[in-house]
Design a protein around this ligand. Structure first.
Ligand code: IMP
Length: 422
């Protein structure tokens, strides 16, 4: 039986959490394979909104196994807070949540270093969420990181002190001191709590499930254009956000991967710095921001907004091998008489291209748009894809033609029920 992968095709915040929640009942397990507390996956049902950062989005379904994979960077403090919130809401997660012993631990000193190195970047700030993501992945690659499994060893304290000493020397390089004392008690008490959870070799757990014919959904975080290799480097996150990351981030072989769900908004947003060719810095952008409530679910920052970018989507679809598209937040465009879709870029050398040049060169391209008639209908009331207005159906056909992938889901509101299957 296969593992299906769900990934964001833009710069994150596409609505991945909602779709995982909707699709979860057809799976036996949901597994996070990269990222950490920088993610904010929002799920809405029963009149309540829930934001998950590190806990997989299948947690609300009691029969589903939820796995935090080895590719994740885990902040025990944030994790305990999230789980406490779930307990307060009456969600029973104790039996069906597993954490990889190979996931990396985010320490208070990683968070401090994130802030120090971001400040040092001056005008080239990444716009990081400051959750310690970059420094923790740096330690992983530098082979000096602490893993979740280390908290079970008798010398964890020594290893922690060594890591902090290393981080202090990096801070000194920036002429700064690590200011972490006030966070350490909370960290160690969260580590004590983490020890009580099901810490295991989740690659065995997942491969055993596959061998038993169970179905697994791999839940991506951030988006393809934030990928460490293929995103708009250096304005990216520090992990492999594309579908291939599910293999290394969970320990499952590529041959097990079947469907790849590509999640995109009907328009585009970005948080943090970096190129964004279709960005709208005018009142239209503001209208999208307000209608789409485009404020970060992790940081509360206003998101940058713009029109849908087809060259960027084509690139992301190629990298991920997307087999079906899910178009999110279509209702946000309900009020527009006309909408725009960027179909091509004009490059500085005058080339007219449907493809993304080096994503690092995106600042220099000029988007070329096709104007699409708006549907000007309240989509939020619809209950079936057969009720979609003709103008939107034509828009969907146009996107499918341009992107060469079928659009299977159209989302018309935050709630689980506002999900129309085509
Ligand atoms: P970091 O991952 O916190 O280091 O942030 C690096 C860049 O990725 C910044 O531009 C962040 O705004 C962006 N980013 C990280 N996580 C997310 C996310 O879950 N959604 C949207 N943007 C994100």
């Amino acid at each position: 039986m296969p593992i299906d992968v769900l990934v964001g095709l833009q710069w994150g915040d596409e609505g991945k959490g909602k779709i995982v929640d909707v699709l979860a009942p057809t799976y036996d397990a949901v597994a996070r394979f990269q990222g950490g507390p920088n993610a904010g996956h929002t799920l809405t049902f029963g009149g309540q909104k829930h934001v998950l950062h590190q806990v997989p989005s299948g947690i609300f379904h009691p029969h589903i196994i939820n796995v935090v994979g080895n590719g994740v960077v885990l902040d025990p403090v944030v994790f305990r807070q999230e789980l406490q919130k779930l307990t307060d809401k009456g969600v029973e997660w104790g039996q069906n949540l597993y954490i990889s012993k190979k996931a990396q631990l985010i320490l208070p000193s990683h968070r401090a270093l994130d802030r120090i190195s971001e400040e040092a970047r001056g005008n080239t700030k990444i716009g990081s969420t400051l959750k310690g993501i970059g420094p923790t992945y740096s330690d992983k690659i530098g082979r000096v990181g602490l893993r979740v499994g280390h908290i079970l060893l008798p010398d964890f304290q020594e290893r922690y002190q060594e890591a902090v000493a290393h981080h202090a020397s990096i801070a000194a390089h920036y002429h700064k001191e690590l200011e972490i004392k006030e966070f350490e008690d909370e960290f160690f008490s969260a580590v004590d709590f983490l020890r009580t959870l099901q810490l295991t070799d989740t690659e065995y757990l997942l491969n055993d499930l596959l061998a038993q014919g169970k179905r697994i959904l791999a839940e991506g975080a951030q988006g393809s254009l934030l990928d460490i290799d293929f995103g708009t480097y250096p304005y990216v996150t520090s992990s492999s956000t594309i579908a291939a990351g599910a293999c290394t981030g969970l320990g499952v072989a590529p041959r097990h991967i079947d469907k790849v769900y590509g999640i995109t908004k009907a328009y585009c947003t970005r948080v943090g710095s970096g190129p964004f060719p279709t960005e709208l810095t005018n009142e239209v952008g503001e209208q999208i921001r307000q209608a789409g409530r485009e404020f970060g679910s992790t940081t509360g920052r206003p998101r940058r907004t713009g029109w849908i970018d087809l060259p960027a989507l084509r690139y992301a679809i190629m990298l991920n091998g997307v087999t079906e598209l899910h178009l999110m937040k279509a209702d946000v465009l309900d009020g527009f008489a006309e909408i725009q879709a960027c179909t091509h870029y004009r490059t500085p050398s005058g080339e007219h291209t449907p493809n993304l040049p080096d994503p690092g060169q995106l600042e220099a391209v000029v988007p070329e748009y096709q104007t699409i008639p708006g549907w000007q209908t309240d989509l939020t009331q619809l209950t079936s894809a057969t009720q979609l207005p003709l103008a939107l159906q034509e828009y969907l056909s146009f996107l499918e033609e341009e992107l060469q992938v079928p659009i299977r889901i159209v989302s018309v509101g935050p709630d689980r029920v506002s999900t129309l299957f085509r």
